[in-house]
Design a protein around this ligand. Sequence first.
Ligand code: ADP
Ligand code: MG
Length: 350
Amino acid sequence: MFEDKDQSRTPLSQLGEFGLIDHLTQHFTIAQKSTVKGIGDDAAVLDHSNKQIVVTTDLLVEGVHFDLSYMPLKHLGYKAIIVNLSDVYAMNAMATQVTVSIAVSNRFPLEALEELYAGIALAAKTYNVDVVGGDTTSSKTGLLITVTAIGEAQGENIVYRSGAQPNDLIVTTGDLGAAYMGLQVLEREKEVFKVNPRSQPDLEPYSYLLERQLKPEARKDIVELLAKMEVRPTSMIDISDGLSSEVIHLCKSSKTGCRIYEDKIPLDPQLIHTCEEFKIDSTTVALSGGEDYELLFTVAQKDYEKIKGNPHLTVLGHMTEESAGLNLVTRGETLVPIIARGWNALTQED
Ligand code: ADP
Ligand code: MG
């Protein structure tokens, strides 16, 4: 993952608001041809010519969405961009620009914000999006970050949550639950550290889970893959709150029911191990754990041949008539209703 930097501390008061903005944004360049004007005027200017524009925004609050005791600021900056790009890709659109707004308390030195912006810059470069603006203000409590992402697509290619039909196949990318278990590992180590600050945890057995929690990626590659395979999903959503919550959104919007097969849910071996260690059911984690940022979509049966065998894609089940309800077919072949329990519910249970 990312390396640590040395700990010099320049107070923000030394730069002032405009000095700070200049300092943090000085290295951003423009890569997208749709960006006419980026940072430096009263507003950015974009020209997406004949494309449709998608816009999405997320607010991240310290103590609610992230914990700086185990989330390095560079990772936080990276993740703040990723969670927004994921929403753009979930529309089957390509992300082109972001704005980043922050509220910071003066307990942060300049070096901390440099770390945050290093993560933001890395994500912007990796996903080829321009940082075209934002706002900077002070906060009396914790750190707040708002990212707005802008993307584009030909109108006919945009995929909504509402287009699924009965018998469409339900497909997920990647594997599920790992980010949630990564968080459980971090929470556990935090408790251990409180008791014994000199303990040196061996986190190697959890490396994949931690990476999924601390440095998630958004599935831009899937939007490109679908275009290349000439598969247009009938509905799509990104998995930020857990599989069950997202499949419920697709079914509600599309007015369908669904059948998901427990034995099809893709789980990483490290997740299975760690769930055994924590004595948590891995299916529950995949269904209710959050922050995987995979894409969940439906395709018509006729597209099965095109997606079959692709290592990024797993068919989990299919849509049904609405009246059949939303069901999980367990390994024991019983039907269990799928209920909305995002990661919030799962955390409260602990
Ligand atoms: P205004 O007074 O119009 O809000 P600012 O001085 O806040 O302008 O911002 C100057 C420029 O810097 C604008 O282009 C704005 O979008 C950009 N900007 C301000 N804060 C940030 C930030 N945290 N990240 C990226 N761009 C920023
Ligand atoms: Mg401003």
